[in-house]
Design a protein around this ligand. Structure first.
Ligand SMILES: CC(C)(COP(=O)(O)OP(=O)(O)OC[C@H]1O[C@@H](n2cnc3c(N)ncnc32)[C@H](O)[C@@H]1OP(=O)(O)O)[C@@H](O)C(=O)NCCC(=O)NCCS
Length: 159
């Protein structure tokens, strides 16, 4: 079994290639390129959390915080590590961090047919807010979810 599990903020842009390779494995032909990831990480409001298992990068998430609200932009786990709780671990680490930083809540947008991702978000406490019709293309809608970190913290005793 795994010996060392670590979640850390990505500080070194030279590691963006490892995120890019997870993107390609997890998203296939809709993966973000290294250039898009690098561009996003150069945005002063954006950060990535990286999950390392026994020294190997197996997943990451990308988020933005502006003022007191956050947005989850992307999350991906290497296919052979999916369904083992890695996604939950990454999101829960982010929620804890943002709650400690005094952020009010976190939004995200997900393709309505991405069952795996929707379940992950529901399991980590996100609530459905509304649907954005034809967001991806005609007939492909996005669902917007939100979690209030004040409530989540109150329930889970984060402070
Ligand atoms: C979506 C994704 C990030 C989930 O991460 P994960 O590590 O596989 O998820 P977890 O193992 O933490 O599971 C969280 C919950 O999701 C659900 N889930 C996990 N694998 C599932 C599967 N294969 N089918 C349906 N639901 C699943 C379960 O309800 C699970 O909770 P439970 O274990 O308490 O029942 C990952 O599957 C992934 O990288 N997918 C491709 C990229 C993607 O679609 N990203 C999200 C859109 S930006």
């Amino acid at each position: 079994m795994w010996k060392e599990i670590e979640v850390s903020i990505l500080n070194d842009l030279s590691e963006v290639e490892s995120l890019s390779s997870i993107e390609r494995e997890a998203f296939g032909d809709i993966a973000w390129s290294t250039d898009i990831l690098e561009g996003e990480l150069k945005n002063p409001f954006s950060k990535a959390l990286v999950l390392l298992i026994d020294g190997r990068t197996v997943g990451y998430l990308l988020y933005r915080v502006i003022e007191k609200e956050g947005e989850l932009l992307r999350i991906a786990i290497k296919p052979e590590f999916q369904g083992m709780g890695c996604g939950k671990l990454l999101i829960n680490s982010l929620l804890k961090k943002l709650a400690k930083d005094g952020i009010n809540g976190l939004y995200l947008e997900v393709w309505e047919k991405n069952e795996q991702a929707r379940k992950l978000y529901q399991k980590t406490g996100f609530k459905f807010l509304y649907k954005r019709k034809d967001y991806y293309k005609l007939g492909e809608h996005a669902d917007i979810f939100y979690i209030s970190l004040r409530e989540a913290c109150h329930d889970q005793g984060c402070h």
